[in-house]
Design a protein around this ligand. Structure first.
Ligand code: SF4
Ligand code: SF4
Length: 354
């Protein structure tokens, strides 16, 4: 039908029908629910703005997160069963917490959500992912545990914990052709997460191109720079002026800051309402957004590689130092080899003798 002429010569066109979208958020991985709590502080955009329809062009959004929901028990769980049966289309799946490996043991379970009414047994987190991921329009990992395994996936852990891409496969694609979208951070920076959700919702509405991701499946515009590149103290670093105590405003690399080799925008963005940002406010960067976290950054308070270089060396050998930093950056951007699915636990776990 031809578009209708409106007063003052404008032309009105019917907006395309935008579907309602459900966000199913599983916090039943191994984690502390800290990402859900963190995201309540988001302002760009806030959860409230997205859910109350304050942002033009977005579909209507319904959020199902156990930490934030009004419903409990079966009233909350019914949305997960509906999604599994194909009666909650379309939905985006958010995974929070690392994925334990339920295949490495004969009995019991590591993590679960809800109870199977037929067997009376808990429904494991692994099972929920197997049920829901193939039906989701997009899958987003919130925080470092879900993205790369995080704290629970340290060497020597008994659960075989891993990130979602280790579980589903790094080449996995949703039914809409989207890769897993990783938004790491321990916890996730709230605006980084909500901005990624916003991007994907615009993509669902046909208003944004394919989300740009790097080889670790992180949004490139959020994780393309290092902590050091956005740090308020970088001027001190370049002049070789280093802090020897936490009360100093100078560069804290010699107190253990890994900022030069860590991909994270927190010093630029702050934590809440632009305030904070680890090294800006005196906290060493421990690399919490990185695939190699925590193992490749420990012990946290030791000087990271390159911290012993003098200011003269930094000036004279800038190119060589940049190359060394790039090498370290590549190393810490790789997960340790024991984070994988399969039937063998290879973390080096030694059961205690009682
Ligand atoms: S405190 Fe860390 S991130 Fe900031 S300038 Fe020093 S080394 Fe770089
Ligand atoms: S600055 Fe470092 S410790 Fe702070 S959030 Fe970013 S990666 Fe984590």
């Amino acid at each position: 039908m031809p578009a209708k002429a409106a007063p003052y010569g404008r032309v009105t066109q019917k907006a395309p029908a935008v579907p309602e979208v459900h966000i199913l958020w599983i916090t039943a991985g191994l984690g502390c629910d800290g990402d859900s709590v963190s995201v309540t502080a988001a302002m760009q955009p806030s959860i409230e703005d997205v859910l109350l329809g304050a942002i033009p062009g977005l579909p209507k959004v319904h959020l199902h997160n156990p930490v934030l929901a009004y419903e409990v028990g079966d009233d909350f769980m019914k949305y997960f069963y509906m999604a599994e049966e194909g009666n909650l289309e379309p939905f985006v799946l958010v995974v929070e917490g690392s994925i334990p490996n339920e295949r490495i043991k004969k009995e019991g379970y590591w993590a679960a959500l809800g109870t199977n009414p037929n067997t009376g047994q808990p429904i494991t987190t692994n099972e929920w992912i197997d049920r829901l991921a193939p039906k989701a329009l997009a899958v987003i990992c919130a925080g470092t545990c879900a993205t790369y395994g995080g704290i629970h996936a340290m060497e020597g852990n008994p659960t075989g914990a891993m990130g979602l891409a280790d579980y589903l496969g790094w080449d996995w694609k949703s039914k809409a052709g989207l890769p897993i979208v990783n938004v790491p951070g321990c916890p996730v920076q709230p605006d980084n997460f909500m901005e990624t959700v916003l991007y994907l919702l615009y993509q669902v509405a046909g208003l944004a191109p394919m989300i740009p991701l790097d080889d670790q499946l992180r949004p490139t515009w959020l994780f393309g720079n290092t902590v050091h590149e956005g740090c308020d103290r970088a001027g001190y670093y370049e002049s070789g002026d280093f802090a020897t105590s936490y009360s100093s405003p100078k560069c804290i690399v010699k107190l253990g800051c890994w900022g030069p080799v860590v991909n994270c925008n927190v010093p630029k963005r702050g934590w809440m309402a632009g305030i904070g940002g680890c090294p800006n406010v005196g906290g060493i960067c421990i690399g919490c957004t990185m695939p190699g976290f925590p193992d490749k950054f420990m012990p946290f308070m030791d000087e990271p590689p390159g911290a012993k270089l003098s200011s003269t060396a930094i000036g004279a050998y800038g190119m060589a130092i940049r190359n060394l930093r790039n090498m370290t950056n590549r190393t810490v951007n790789k997960e340790p080899k024991w984070r994988h699915s399969g039937t063998k636990l290879t973390t080096g776990y030694q059961p205690r003798a009682y």
